[in-house]
Design a protein. Structure first.
Lengths: 279, 289
């Protein structure tokens, strides 16, 4: 079978398009590269969506923790503590079990003319269930970054906004939020990188790979089991992830440059590798 | 304490007390010690690797520097789970290959035959005849070594950054006073770098704690394994039948981890405050945060 044929069969295998059966014997290098690459689709899907939705929620949490009243501070702080203090792996397991139990407990809404209980079934699927966990997780980590940035906003900036008569929403929109983003951006870049790395956990943590449609590491693990040779599939995953990481760094540094465009070049903080963001 | 001979006749709290003290539950509790043992074993080893990596990436010898930089950079682009899945089997195969070459030099067939990895019986690790506990210990040690290598790379980043953070002028002053490279390292660099490294190492310890459930992926019978095993629904064929309780078992694990991370945060906070007594403290606190 030619490599081009393999690309046609397997390049979209992870989302259920193409050949159903995975290669079993005489596995070629081409098959490994194509199928693992196909799995990357899932990693990108989880990473992009979790970050996209997480960004908004994280901003809300950070504002709640920094400026909220007693209760919203406690709620935001508790949420952040819960998701940053426990392993993502355990969160996946816990969420999966909870999603399984939900319909059994009887969260069935009988509206008289229509019964809504089908939704909870989707929660046990990785595409939704795992996405929710990743979303909550990245929200907590990003919120802590944003919270730190909010507290690091120079007092003068805030007072200048007051002096101009800005307050509430207008002050937040015009002064606090842009400054927060600018200060948080290097750390947030790292959070994004590790978010993509964390997506590899999904299919190893309770969420089943439906019809063997998994992410890059799922297929790499499959090949390592089948060929009993870890020295080919895992380096392939590694290369894919280095590419994803480089792309993330590129995209985020573009945004970072825009956030910092009004500053002289010696005042810009560049991304540095930090650990506080790992799970 | 309780008479647990006939579980079917028990009720209420007595049932629960008997249920929670079965042999399997004892194994579950013991697996918490496995986690703590892994932490105790991995942390110093990872520090050692990290120190080696940081030193190598500052080396004047080019190949050594490249190796060090490559080692500490590898965790930036590649998910740690990839290493956790790759390392144990890779190390195992490397060891067996070496033993195969040494112990069975007369076997001419290649080790890799198609989809098989075949070494002679004498080269197997652990030997086929070994007890079950030897297999388990071997698996655990491989897992610990993988953890140590990966976290060594993380620690290497922290320590490298901390070494770079020590003001350059001080090192140059020491050199101007006629100290040798060795003296500069031990008397100027080493004592000061810890202040810069501590916040990073504190984070690293938290990450290490949060990575311990991944032992489950490496086939070690850890707390995640037992939580799944014990929590699963038990039919009346078992002594203690119950519905699916995995949610509660995982909730218990979650609380365990929350307490562990919270406790270590307190300890490190105290440690950082303690080491911060110094002229550089304000600067150091900023550099590490």
């Amino acid at each position: 079978m030619s490599c081009w044929q393999t690309v046609q069969d397997y390049s979209l295998r992870s989302i259920g398009i193409g050949e159903r059966l995975l290669p079993k014997a005489d596995i070629t290098l081409c098959e490994q590269i194509v199928l693992i690459g196909s799995g990357v689709i899932w990693n990108v899907y989880f990473g992009v969506l979790a970050l996209f939705f997480g960004f908004a929620f994280a901003t809300l949490l950070a504002v709640g923790k920094a400026y909220g009243g007693k209760y919203s501070q406690a709620a935001a702080g508790g949420f952040i503590f819960l998701f940053r203090g426990s392993p993502l792996f355990i969160q996946f397991f816990l969420a999966y079990e909870a999603f399984i139990l939900l319909p059994k407990v009887g969260l069935v809404l009988d509206l008289g003319f229509v019964v809504i209980d089908a939704q909870t079934r989707w929660l046990t699927r990785a595409w939704l269930g795992a996405l929710i966990v990743l979303f909550l997780n990245t929200s907590a980590y990003s919120a802590e970054i944003f919270y730190g940035a909010l507290r690091a906003i120079p007092r003068g900036d805030s007072e200048a906004a007051d002096a101009y008569g800005l307050s509430g929403w207008r002050k937040f929109k015009a002064v606090l939020f842009p400054t927060m983003l600018r200060l948080a951006w290097p750390a947030y870049t790292n959070e994004a990188i590790f978010m993509f790395h964390a997506t590899t956990l999904v299919f190893f943590s309770g969420f089943p790979a439906w019809r063997q449609s998994g992410d890059a590491l799922y297929y790499a693990n499959y090949f390592a089991d089948k060929t009993f040779n870890p020295f080919v599939p895992y380096p392939i995953v590694a290369v894919y992830f280095i590419l994803v990481t480089l792309l993330v760094i590129f995209a985020f540094s573009m945004i970072g440059r825009r956030l910092n465009r009004h500053l002289p070049s010696n005042e810009i903080t560049r991304p540095k590798f930090r650990f506080s963001l790992l799970r | 304490m309780f008479d647990c001979v006939d579980p079917k006749s028990l009720e209420g709290l007595t049932w629960l007390a008997c249920y929670l003290t079965t042999g399997k539950h004892m194994a579950f509790y013991a697996s918490f010690a496995t986690v703590l043992f892994l932490l105790a074993l991995t942390a110093p080893l990872a520090m050692l690797f990290g120190f080696g990596g940081a030193l190598a990436s500052r080396s004047a010898v080019l190949p050594l520097r490249l190796f060090g930089k490559g080692y500490i950079a590898m965790v930036r682009g590649i998910p740690d789970i990839v290493f956790f899945l790759f390392m144990p089997i890779a190390i195992d195969q490397l060891l067996e290959t070496v033993r195969h070459k040494l112990l069975c030099p007369d076997v001419v067939e290649p080790i890799r035959r198609g989809n098989d990895f075949v070494v002679c019986t004498a080269a197997k690790l652990p030997l086929g005849a070994a007890d079950q506990w030897v297999h388990e210990l071997y698996g655990f040690l491989l897992a610990s070594l993988s953890f140590a290598i990966v976290f060594g790379a993380f620690a290497g980043n922290t320590l490298y950054g901390a070494m770079q953070a020590v003001p350059r002028a001080q090192l140059e002053t020491a050199s101007a006073y006629g100290m040798t490279q060795r003296q500069i390292f031990w008397r100027i660099l080493m004592p000061q770098m810890w202040v810069y490294a501590l916040p990073g190492l504190s984070n690293l310890w938290q990450i290490l704690i949060k990575a311990t459930p991944l032992l489950f992926l490496l086939g070690v019978e850890d707390i995640v394994y037992w939580a799944r095993e014990l929590g699963g629904a038990k039919t009346s064929a078992f002594s203690y039948p119950h519905p699916d309780w995995r949610l509660y078992y995982f909730l218990f694990l979650l609380i365990f981890y929350l307490m562990l991370t919270q406790l270590s945060e307190r300890v490190f906070g105290w440690l950082i405050r303690k080491t911060d007594h110094g002229a550089l403290s304000a600067h150091a606190a900023r550099a590490g945060s």
